[in-house]
Design a binder for this molecule. Structure first.
Ligand code: ATP
Ligand code: MG
Length: 140
């Protein structure tokens, strides 16, 4: 299987609780390699643009407010089948449904404050990576 990339965000609930390293350790233990990483505080415009696919959903406004409530860490992750590998270690969206040992089961506070974002397809991963990173910022 080919080495591929996915996009990850360590969300404000996790940075607030000083869990950047703990979350990253889970990613690395799952075999994902961090090939780009930066801590940013998203503007409202950035968060609305990033989550544009969700703009008709009832929780859109709250989600944007949450994502700009503190710093986040945006990352590019690389491994074989990176999208699926990352989704597996993240766990289900709602931590109540997430499997033991996953990031969301271990760290998430709620369905909204669920510690991490991960791309849901290779196509979206490429779009999301380009949203936050220049090619020269990614060093594999
Ligand atoms: P992500 O896209 O962040 O990796 P996901 O793909 O598991 O998560 P989505 O359905 O894409 O879940 O929802 C995007 C984000 O919106 C979720 O991670 C969560 O923070 C928030 N969210 C999803 N469903 C709800 C809900 N019912 N109420 C509040 N927030 C929600
Ligand atoms: Mg999603």
């Amino acid at each position: 299987m080919a080495v591929t990339r996915t996009f990850s965000i360590i969300k404000p609930d996790a940075t607030r609780r000083n869990l950047t390293g703990a979350v990253t350790a889970k990613l690395e233990e799952a075999g994902l390699r961090v090939v780009a990483s930066k801590r940013i505080h998203m503007s409202r415009e950035q968060a609305e643009g990033f989550y544009a696919v969700h703009k008709e959903r009832p929780f859109f406004g709250e989600l944007v407010s949450f994502m700009i409530s503190g710093p986040v860490v945006v990352q590019v992750l690389e491994s074989e089948d990176a999208v699926k590998r990352n989704r597996d270690v993240m766990g289900a969206t709602n931590p109540k449904d997430a499997a033991e040992g996953t990031i969301r089961k271990t760290f998430a506070e709620s369905i909204e404050a669920n510690s991490v974002h991960g791309s849901d397809s290779e196509e979206n991963a490429a779009i999301e990576i380009a949203f936050f990173f220049k090619p020269e910022e990614i060093v594999g």
